[in-house]
Design a protein around this ligand. Sequence first.
Ligand SMILES: Nc1ncnc2c1ncn2[C@@H]1O[C@H](COP(=O)(O)OP(=O)(O)OP(=O)(O)O)[C@@H](O)[C@H]1O
Ligand code: SF4
Ligand SMILES: [Mg+2]
Length: 315
Amino acid sequence: MIPALVQIDGLTKRFQTGGGFLSRPRAMLAVRDVSLTIGKGEVLGVVGESGCGKSTLARLVLRLIEPTSGRISFDGTDLTGLAPAALRQMRRRMAMVFQDPYSSLDPRYSLAEVLAEPFRVHGQALPPGTVEAMLEAVGLPATLAASHPHQLSGGQRQRVGIARALALRPDFVVLDEPTASLDVSIQAQIIALLADLRDRLGLTYLFISHDLGLVRYFCDRVLVMYLGAVVEVLPDTRTAPRHPYTRALMQSNFAPDPSQRRVIAALTGEIASPFALPPGCAFATRCPLASDRCRAERPVLSDDPAHPVACFHPQ
Ligand SMILES: Nc1ncnc2c1ncn2[C@@H]1O[C@H](COP(=O)(O)OP(=O)(O)OP(=O)(O)O)[C@@H](O)[C@H]1O
Ligand code: SF4
Ligand SMILES: [Mg+2]
């Protein structure tokens, strides 16, 4: 059993929207009672349709947003309730790579300035040659240090995003659709770089993606989310899914093209509103196997630690 780096217990995030002029406040649970463990050195994939709570879960784990309830511990330290100074120390060990390297890099700054920023923020000295070494570590020529983000290609920009995330040598990195805005050939190069960095630096990744091909190639285990809750955890990428939603997802050929990924062809029925979840299984409105029990009772993840499934009629 690999030792745990991240441990999450009953994590829930409630968002309230509206409540302005002429609108009543509405509340929804973007993340519902999620518990999971990420082992040291593991690549844990997170999949699910747009809006199912993947990014919210990631932001909670990094404690960029406060959970409504639940606990997160990192390398044995409980992050919930940690004093700000101690939390800042822990944060250096975690980082995030965003989907869109265009908007996550400030165009006014040179790459040298972009890459020096994490050191400045954490009041840490920047030894000479560090920026050049960082560029080379992600496969970019050191001569790019004086360039600005708009002078780079999309793939080069994402390499800079990765270098910046790794600046303070974190142990844990959230990759939130890191290749979604890139061409397919460039995606493969970025994934190869991430895999190589994991091996070299012993990193642990939480990898959010819409591209099941990439997930199959890159991840050790896969968490499947539906309307804020985990419905299945695949123990590896070869085991057949047991949850009807995961099965539909896997059969949908999950288009990497964001404009085509909202709908799963195999499913009919409306997705339930996150503001008014049905009393039973949240997937019952679309599930071909839904029974009366499914519509009345909410399934929870099974106890099977190797392959948990939240379904009354798993396959
Ligand atoms: N700050 C916020 N305030 C209110 N609602 C929010 C906020 N952030 C996210 N949400 C809602 O929470 C739900 C989950 O959003 P989230 O961004 O985590 O989904 P996602 O799975 O990352 O989607 P995508 O695949 O499109 O990135 C969505 O319904 C979203 O509208
Ligand atoms: S609990 Fe019922 S409705 Fe929900 S996924 Fe399983 S079979 Fe379908
Ligand atoms: Mg997201």
